[in-house]
Design a protein. Sequence first.
Lengths: 647, 166, 260
Amino acid sequence: MLALAHAELGRLFDALHAEGYRVIGPTVRSAAIVYEELDGPADLPVGWTDEQAPGRYRLVRRDDDAAFGYVVGPHTWKAHLFPPRERLFQARRRPDGRVGFDPVLPDEPPTAFLGVRACEVAAMEVQDRVFLEGPHAEPRYAARRRQAFLVGVSCLEAGQLCFCASTSTGPRVDHGVDLAMAELPGAYLFEAGTERGRAVLDRLSARPATAEERRHLDEGIERARGQMGRTLATNGLPELLFGNLDHPRWAAVAERCLACGNCTSVCPTCFCSSAHEESDLTGDDAARVRTWDSCFSLEHAEIHGVNVRPTVEDRYRQWLTHKVGSWVSQFGVSGCVGCGRCIAWCPVGIDLTEELAAIRADAAAPAPMPVRQAPAAATDDALVPRAAVVIGVTRESADVVTLHLACDPPLALRPGQFTMLSLPGLGEAAISVSGTWGDAFEQTIRDVGAVSGALSALRPGQQLGIRGPYGNGWPLDAARGRPVVVIAGGIGLAPLRGAIRFLLEHPLDYPDVRLVYGTRTPDDILFGHEMLGWASRPGFRMAITVDRADLSWRGDVGVVTRLLRREPLSPEATYLMCGPEVMMRFAVEALTAAGVPSDHLYLAMERHMKCAAGFCGRCQYGPFFVCKDGPIFRHDQVARLFGREGF
Amino acid sequence: MSDASVLRVAGLDAATITGLLARLPAFSGLDDAERAAVAAIARVEQVPAGTTLFRESEPADDLRFLLDGHLTLGMRFGGRGEVIVLSLGPGDIVGWTALLGGTWTATARAVAPSTLLRLSGAELAALCERDHDIGYALTRRLFAAVALRLHDTRLQLLDMFAREAR
Amino acid sequence: MAAATRPRLGVFKLASCDGCQLTLLDCEDELLAVAGAVDIVRFSEASSRPDDGQPFDLTLVEGSVSAPEHVEQIHRLRARSKRLVTIGACANAGGIQALRNWVDAEEVMRVVYARPDYIRSLATSTPISAHVPVDFELRGCPIAREQLLELITAMLTGRRPALRDESVCMECKRRGNVCVTVATGEPCLGPVTHTGCGALCPSYDRGCYGCFGPRERASTGSLAAWFLAQGMVPAEALRRFRGINGWSEAFRKESERHER
């Protein structure tokens, strides 16, 4: 451990500059301590501290000249690793129908973050799990994270809203940084954490720290640990919250919550994002831009014009049950690092430690939470489409079209997966893969909006953008050797078609396959010709029902559940379901009543898909991401949330 | 009124009909003697595909239970002709209006050769008046069947496959 | 693009200051491109080309319904517009002139004007949506140039306009602004106000005064309660919500809660 006198702090800046880094660190601006580019130690908030309370933050003069005598302000380092607004790629559409996509990569100069608190190091490590672990890694975050030189500063004073002692994320910076610093009244102490940290340290011409200085540091840390303004009992929080989703406290806090998104914006671990297209007037030259989003925003939970979290109560509950609850199932650690920013920067001063304590004080039985799956090895996903070409178009019904596509290199696809299809300047949509044929593949699209409408209008020879494939597939291995019942509703038959083809191609493994299919009218029946072929196979039986028909229809009229009641429902069989959620709900009820165990039922869930790669947070379904843990779920995994409002 | 082409299955004795009644959920709450009382006023008929069992807005006389086959219920819909609103399969009741009196609310047709148990609504109502145990048991089960039919109809009403307005 | 295939645009005003129309002219660099891509049929602030009476693909209307002739005018415009977009606080919410909705307009006119008989005005100033169905509301006072361009571009390219309905706070935080309310106690309507301005006022250290109108789920009650708890008097709370967008439902209800 080395030491510098206060007056010598400029050497740190000189060393960082000499190593090629610009320095971003704390400074006073607009009545707060924010993180901006610094030229030298004079820019530091010398002699300032922050007094914080729920909904209140004031800078107050200290009676010493400490430069790091504050805790945390409204800025986080996440703004430099995962910027609030970022262009992902440029896209072009040529008159001949070809498309092109060019990634836009980070181009910031090498940067040193000066003044990283222990809680902030922990927050970066939490975001590392979000952005760098499998199945996909986000290369922009990875590049910025690798390059950022971290100078951590331990806290020897805790703030009024701090609770890093409860979350075990501070106050000492003892890992995860290139250089660890601490500020004593008479000296700055330094320790290198990495090779490049050592390179900077070597330039400081610092003297060894004395034993007394080391002791002061340890005492200061202990003092800070005991000074925390807030505490949070973290044990069993996920189970507690998911066992109390109807607790009256949610309604109470919803009376105060503004759903403004300030808490998610100042939180150093929140990662939800949105994306939109920007273009010139023709749309032929376009860019996709990613921006910070929040689970408090209207758009966050919207799919096909329906909002699964319409009320403030739904949104606040989503935020808190995610932050300290389902986050653990997703990433193996809590999303809260105890920095207290959400408490200070909430315009009406909602304090999550108070809310959680209130729920704990009077809680119903906890609910079991899924254990985090070890993440798969991550492959990079640049979030940039590549070109695919339309080789054929089949009209399936008035509003459904199947595109036959090819791309190079060809995709390796499993039944049940989906891709993100896009057109420059227009947008992107998650579309199921409905089959494969050699290297080509089929995607069936229902015209429900601007993007799907434009995709449905493509003609052979034209190109479109494709990302993926994403998602898990139908559990065809697990279903081997047992009867299989496929229950499909409407467009839900599309993601199941590939599975049905597979089952019929392996009759020895699947000797008994049944399809129960419901749709609106006989004109809406998909893949009618292909179905005739299926019907002629031994070992395959099919029952189709429609909501209404005219007299020329010889089949059934009525909802799918009526058909199910007439079928023998073997508890041994595997049931694969895809269709409107209300249909799946009643089908599950009917099957459960017939004695089919929960772990034989598989559902395809649908939530708003923005990135599909596990980063944007929009497709979350409690502890699951529909894009990477789904879209196919076994019923017992999701039984607690299935059919419940607000998730 | 049913079509002239309806065949009556003559010669089925009461014991056989009682046995058929036992297969129907509507009569599962009755003991053997009670079922025999119902069988005495019931007959079995077999109809070919295409038979119209009854027509919308005609007087409701007989109710039927489908033993085997496939029926549809349709309703006239202004300029659209007739729309099929429901299919019925084995075990389903068709024509409960006959028990209440009034006119048919839909048109029932067989789309496959079907076997039905048929009773006069007036005679069944009179039997239930005379024997309240039969009446109660039957009413309870008819109530459950109507509730289930209502639930299914509500699901159809949700029009869950419709495209939302853009 | 041949003139015949370009979408036809009409720009009109009812009772307003003209600032929202001016935003289209403010598009300066992009204006030529817009004029090339769209057939600007009627835009009396910019061109003396007469109205040809034919239908429009897109009609932009600023201004509130404030005078008797506006009622007929807006119905006629609606009938000949494939898409009718109201631009600005007057058109969307009735504007600042809707302050008269809370008083006896006749009496005020008698006090203010020497010859009140020369004035022909409705008792209330109302948003266009109170009279005809509206396809889209572009918020602002005035509207934001970038948002108008995005609306026109979205119509031309066929995509959904990237115009989010969220709090001003989200935009403030993306810009790295320090919250004026939390850091200085300055009241700010950002949490209940529809974004679109780029968090303009808070970027200059002043509180938002809601010129883009209420966002969805505007929790005005909670925000007002907080203001009062910080020492604001009810009359001031009323005034804060009864501004440019005072007649919009969420702000109107909130201001009325603080009436004596």
